[in-house]
Structure formats: structure tokens, C-alpha cells
Design a protein around this ligand. Structure first.
Ligand code: DLL
Length: 438
């Protein structure tokens, strides 16, 4: 498969480091003049561009947090006059104000470039019909994929999310070979097809899917590939950096290639902030090396992963990040015990009788005691005919496995297929009723 930009994607480590240091110095020099936030932060840290002698010196620079972005809502993070900002996007966010991203014309060109690299890594070419089921609008997914697929000359169908039956019809009629949407929505499409008696593998020509914007496991990849008959690629990105286009898998599926000439990645210890090396799990931090409208220094993503620097069999030399392992801030504290939703998911996915559709409901019961219910859908044959004893036995088995892993007890409720509410975008996995007001 062709590499879109050989020069940058296969650059030697030495040349890449040199380029990154040059770009980092230029960035620091510029924000010290154009951003009141960074002017203050750099002065407080007592650092200037001249102190950056090697890339390791990046650790002298202060971090940027999501809270700072929120405090500077809506335009406070921009370092160019608004007349030079030609587009804005925003992440939805469940509480408070959204996080805004702004783009100059040059930023949009850079986005098209990294998205062209992205879709090329996922083996998409001018011969493909790309059915784009990411939401169009403030969310970066729809328009981000749109410009990348157009840049490589593919035929783009800007379907956006929703109206699932219609999506199936369009994919069939237009001969879609590629599907792009959230991994959870791809399963909604598969379910809708099954319910309508449509054999996707027979009637559709899908060969590739590019799924991201939310965490998904290898087990989910297997389910999606089997249900839709395609090769599923993971793509990662965030509004604060650019949207999608930060990293993507190639056909070897051994981590996501980071376009590090634009987004410099680091892994840090989330507690101390100390940089950790390659091969160690920690929090992912990014610096935008080339963005004009909204440059960000050392942004704490809260996403947990591991970086690798060895060359990939595809020929790319850029750093790879493993599939996101979870978030540092999705930790739930239940009856004083730390619980990660990803631990619960791993237990559920260990049972063949269960489907990858679940929700974790946390509430505060009598005597201020937290309760956890795990709702998970069972496979069709568990319910036809309904064998209450079997269902209860399975619930007990899952409860026991969860207790072993989490230490605390959860109540498991086995649900009929399709009974947990589906999302057209990112799936809602945790419903914490304890702090709905915050
Ligand atoms: O989700 C951008 C995007 C659109 C990525 C389409 C991929 C495809 P935000 O809405 O700002 O941006 O959400 C960013 O979503 O910090 C991660 O926690 C999560 N996330 C994104 N991609 C992945 C992924 C877009 N592949 C936040 N795996 C990030 C796990 C992901 N989590």
C-alpha cells in the first residue's frame, strides 16, 4: 500500500528529532508573543525557546489542561485574529462548556494532509467509495474524514450519523467499499441489517472500516469484522489537537502511527508528571508543532497508552501508540475502591454468551452506599426460549468473575438483545447517577 508522504512518514529518527526541535523552538517563540496564557505560563516556569537545547528539554515546558481550555472558552486559546480563523469545531462534553478548536487556512491544509496519510494507511485509494457515517457538524469526525478521503481522490458519501436503514440502502446502492464511523455505531448498523434480514456480506461490498473516537477492544474488532465482513482499522484523535488525523493503524494492526512531525507525543506518569520512556504505560501528552490558530503545548489528554519507536513492517518509522487502554480520569471510586470501566469490559468480553453492549449504572442507595449494576446484553439463543434458571446462573457467574477482578460486588442484569440504548456517535458506557448535578 502506498505511503502518502514518504518524506515525513519514513524519516530517520535523527532527522525527525531535528525537525521536531526546530518546530518546537519556533512554536515557543511564537506563543510567547501571541498568547497571553502561554506568555504567563512560560514566564512562571522561567523558560524560553533558548532553553530548548534538545528534545528532552520539552519537560521544562509547562503542561496544558482541559480546564485551562474551558476557562479560555470560546476564543481565548487562539493566537491569531479571529478574521484569520476560517473554521471552528467543538467537542460535545457531557458537562459544562465544550472544548473549541480553531483552524486557519494553513491548519485546514495540514488537516487534509494528515487525514490523507490516515486514509492511505488504512489502504483507501481513489478507487474507493467511502461511506462516511461520522457526524457532520461541530464534531470533527465527519468533516475530518471528508477532507482526507477527498484528498486521496476517493468518492465520498457524506452520510453523517443516524437513519440507519437509509445508510444501509445508500451503502448498497452506491457500492460503498469503506465505512467510517464510531465502532459502536458500526455494530448498530450490523444489528439493523440483521433485523431487516439484509446479509451485509452478500449485498454490500465493504472491505475496510476506519473506526475511532471512543475506546474499543480487540474483542469488539473481531465482532465488527465478522459482522460486516471488513478489515477494521483504529483511528485516534482529539479536537484539542485537530480532530481525527493524529494517529492511525496500518494494515499490520500493531499500534497507531502518530504523525509526529505535527503532533509531538510524550508519555508521562499521571501522578508525578515525570516523562516515561518508550514501552511504559502512562498518560499521553501532545504538543502541536505546526498549528497556527490554536497551538497547544504539552496537552494532558488523560488517555492511557504505551509508545513504541521501532520501525513498522509497513516502512513507516514514526512512533506508534498502542490502542488506548483507558483514561486516567474515567476511574470510578465505588465504596472507596478504584474501578476502571475497562476492567468490567474485559470481564464481560470473556464470556462468549454475552454481546459487546453494556452499561454500568452507579447509584447511591440507602445509607449512602454506592450500588453498581452492570447491564449487559446476552446472545439471542439465551432468550429463545427464555430459560430463567440459565439466565440467573449466568448472571451469578458473571457477578462472581467481576467480584474476583474488582473486589467489590456488582449486580449483573442480563438484557435481551437490542435492549440497551444505542448511540449514533460515541457510546454511553457509564451512567453515574451519584453526581448528575455536577
Ligand atoms: O473523537 C476525534 C475523532 C473523530 C477521532 C473521529 C477518531 C475518529 P473528541 O470528540 O475531542 O475528538 O474526543 C477525543 O476521544 O481524548 C479519547 O479519549 C477518545 N478517542 C478518540 N479516538 C479514540 C480511539 C474525537 N481510537 C477523545 N480509541 C480522546 C480510544 C479514542 N479513544
Amino acid at each position: 500500500m502506498p505511503i502518502w508522504n514518504e518524506e515525513f512518514e519514513t524519516m530517520s529518527r535523527e532527522d525527525m528529532s531535528k525537525l521536531q526541535l526546530e518546530r518546537l523552538k519556533t512554536l515557543v517563540e511564537r506563543v510567547a508573543k501571541t498568547s497571553s496564557l502561554y506568555k504567563k505560563k512560560l514566564a512562571e516556569a522561567g523558560v524560553s525557546a533558548d532553553d530548548l537545547k534538545s528534545l528532552e528539554d520539552i519537560s521544562k515546558l509547562p503542561f496544558t489542561t482541559k480546564d485551562e481550555l474551558r476557562h479560555n472558552y470560546p476564543w481565548g486559546m487562539f493566537t491569531v485574529p479571529l478574521k484569520d480563523v476560517v473554521r471552528v469545531h467543538a467537542s460535545s462534553g457531557t458537562t459544562g462548556k465544550p472544548v473549541v478548536g480553531g483552524y486557519t487556512r494553513a491548519d485546514l491544509d495540514m488537516w487534509a494532509e494528515v487525514m490523507a496519510r490516515t486514509v492511505s494507511a488504512a489502504s483507501i485509494t481513489a478507487d474507493d467509495v467511502v461511506h462516511n457515517g461520522y457526524g457532520y457538524g461541530l464534531f470533527t469526525g465527519g468533516l475530518g474524514f471528508h477532507i482526507g478521503a477527498e484528498a486521496v481522490g476517493a468518492t465520498v458519501v457524506p452520510a453523517s450519523a443516524g437513519l440507519t436503514r437509509r445508510q444501509l440502502m445508500l451503502m448498497e446502492d452506491f457500492g460503498a467499499t469503506v465505512l467510517t464511523c464510531t465502532p459502536s455505531y458500526s455494530l448498530v448498523i450490523a444489528e439493523e441489517a440483521a433485523a431487516a434480514g439484509i446479509d451485509i456480506k452478500e449485498r454490500l461490498k465493504l472491505r475496510v472500516g476506519v473506526f475511532g473516537a471512543e475506546p474499543w477492544t480487540e474483542k469488539m474488532r473481531e465482532e465488527i469484522e465478522a459482522a460486516l465482513g471488513l478489515d477494521a482499522y483504529d483511528i485516534y484523535g482529539l479536537t484539542e489537537m485537530i480532530g481525527p488525523g493524529v494517529s492511525v493503524e496500518c494494515r499490520h494492526h500493531n499500534g497507531l502511527h502518530v504523525f509526529e512531525d505535527h503532533f509531538y507525543p510524550e508519555i508521562i506518569d499521571p501522578a508525578s508528571g515525570e516523562p516515561l520512556g518508550y514501552g511504559v504505560e502512562g498518560e499521553l501528552v501532545f504538543t502541536t508543532l505546526t498549528k497556527e490558530a490554536m497551538p497547544i503545548i504539552r496537552y494532558r489528554t488523560r488517555d492511557r497508552t504505551i509508545l513504541h519507536a521501532d520501525k513498522c513492517a509497513c516502512g513507516r518509522t514514526v512512533v506508534r501508540m498502542e490502542k488506548v487502554l483507558g483514561r486516567t480520569d474515567d476511574m470510578l471510586i465505588i465504596r472507596g475502591v478504584n474501578v476502571f470501566p475497562s476492567q468490567i469490559e474485559r470481564v464481560l468480553f470473556g464470556f462468549d454468551e454475552l454481546e459487546p453492549q453494556y452499561q454500568i449504572i452507579i447509584d447511591r442507595g440507602k445509607h449512602e452506599l454506592d450500588t453498581v449494576e452492570v447491564w449487559v446484553e446476552g446472545a439471542d439463543d439465551l432468550f429463545v426460549p427464555v430459560e430463567t434458571a440459565n439466565i440467573q446462573a449466568l448472571e451469578k457467574k458473571v457477578e462472581a468473575r467481576l467480584k474476583e477482578t474488582l473486589i467489590i460486588s456488582c449486580k449483573v442484569k442480563l438484557m435481551k438483545p437490542h435492549s440497551i440504548e444505542r448511540s449514533m456517535g460515541k457510546a454511553v458506557r457509564v451512567v453515574d447517577k451519584r453526581n448528575l448535578d455536577s
